[in-house]
Structure formats: C-alpha cells, structure tokens
Design a protein around this ligand. Structure first.
Ligand SMILES: [Zn+2]
Length: 265
C-alpha cells in the first residue's frame, strides 16, 4: 500500500551523559551519551510535523532547577545543536512546522518549543494536567516554555486516545488516514504520547532508553526506577515494545543513536 508519510528525519539536539553502572544491575562502568532526538515528518496535505524539540541552551539559564537537573544529568548543548538552527540549515523555516507533537514535557523535549509559534502543539490531557498542577515534582520547568504555550495547545483526552484499537494499543488517528496513530505510553512520564507511523515505525519517546535496552527494564537499579513516574507501567510497556520489536516494527527512541539520519518507511 502507498505510504502517506514516506520518511522520517532524525535530528540529534544536544545530549546528556549517564553511567550505565548506575542504571543496570551487574553492568560495568560505562559513561554513555544519550542524545535528545527530534523527528521530522512531512504529510502531503497537513505539512510538516515535528515530534519533540530537544534541548536548548536555555537549560543553563533557568535558575536552580536547571542547575540541579544538570548536576544529576550532565547536559551538553550548543546553539548549533538546537532544532531551530538545524531546520534552518535544511531550508525549513520554524514557521513551516504545522504540528508539534510533544511526547511529554521534560526539559530535553521542550527546549525549543518557543520557536514554533505557528504550530498546533499536541499534548495528552494527562500531560497537560501534570503541567498545570504538579510541575516541579514531575520535572517540568515552565521557564523553558513560551508565555503563549497554552494558547497553541491541542489537548488529546483519554477518550480520544481510546477511539481505536490495534493489536498493541488503543489510539487516536491524528489525521484520520492511519498515517500517524497517537497512543499513550505511561511509565516514564504521566501521559506520555508515542506515535505509530504508517504501521511501520514507532516513535517511542522515553518509553525505553534505546533499542538495546528494550526488554531489560526489570534489571534497572533504584536510581532509574526513581525517575520513572510509574515503574510497573514502565515494565509492562517495555514488554509491549519487545513484542513490537520482534514483529519487525522499527522502534525510534528519543535517546537512541541512529546510523541513518533519514529513515525510509
Ligand atoms: Zn523524559
């Protein structure tokens, strides 16, 4: 069948480092870079769609919350790493992005939201409620967000996310043409939205740290367990990811590394 979305472009927009010895039981010391990934798609009728926005250098200028974040999660980002600059290099203006899907509102996903004032910003209702009521506890730093943020939001509620069902999950069909299916994957952050593109590629955000980590969540040490919003959900969904991986669905996570910048569907 003809694909509506033909390819996905991956951008690496800053990174943080973590020692895998602190993440997994029985793992040797290994400092690993975790890039903040952003994914770009183009829909022939709807235009450009961006999934998350990566880091911005603002993370160094938002006061004590940013400093604390940096202490536990050493972060490296330069101006030229920012998605707004990288899109410009590809001759895409930020104003041409028509939809911005935010998987969740952690700093490595919302850093550059402020450059996309023309976009409809899509978040789940659960993520939005967490943002309204319980920001700091759930690592949402509103100083990273522009003051017009709420005006541009399209909030997808739980009923919409349950409108349809496939063999893996219930979903919301964003453009009613099966090209982008939105689903909620809890565990890492409340109301995290992931996307199945053309039934072939899954944008998994932070539902796992990467393809080589899928199916291993039960080996997590206490530190990574503490930073998930619900570890039981995380492990349940880790098993679902394993199933999708075994079925040949391409899994793309925000902090994975990819050999190709453009993934054909
Ligand atoms: Zn996160």
């Amino acid at each position: 069948m003809q694909k509506i979305i033909k390819e996905i472009k991956y951008y690496n927009c800053g990174y943080c480092t973590n020692n895998l010895k602190l993440v997994f039981k029985k793992h040797k010391k290994e400092i690993k870079k975790f890039p903040a990934g952003v994914f770009l798609m183009e829909h022939p009728k709807e235009g450009y769609i961006l999934f998350d926005t990566g880091y911005s250098t603002d993370i160094y200028n938002i006061g004590w919350k940013g400093k604390l974040y940096n202490l536990f999660n050493p972060t490296y980002v330069k101006k030229e790493d920012q998605i707004n600059i990288q899109l410009e290099k590809d001759n895409i203006k930020c104003s041409e992005i028509k939809y911005l899907i935010l998987s969740h509102l952690h700093p490595d996903h919302i850093g550059c939201v402020k450059y996309f004032k023309n976009a409809k910003i899509i978040v789940s209702e659960e993520a939005f409620n967490t943002y309204k009521k319980n920001k700091t506890k759930y690592l949402i730093f509103d100083k990273l967000l522009p003051d017009w943020f709420e005006q541009r939001l399209t909030i997808i509620n739980d009923n919409e996310l349950k409108e349809n069902k496939n063999k893996y999950f219930t979903y919301f069909d964003l453009f009613k043409d099966k090209s982008i299916l939105l689903t909620k994957v809890n565990g890492h952050a409340k109301g995290q939205i992931c996307c199945l593109i053309e039934n072939k590629l899954f944008l998994g955000a932070d539902s796992s740290w990467g393809n080589s980590f899928v199916g291993k969540a039960e080996n997590f040490r206490i530190f990574p367990r503490l930073i998930q919003s619900n570890m039981n959900d995380y492990i349940t969904n880790d098993k679902l990811l394993k199933k999708m991986q075994n079925d040949g669905i391409i899994l793309c996570f925000s902090h994975d590394t990819y050999d190709k910048e453009v993934i054909q569907l």
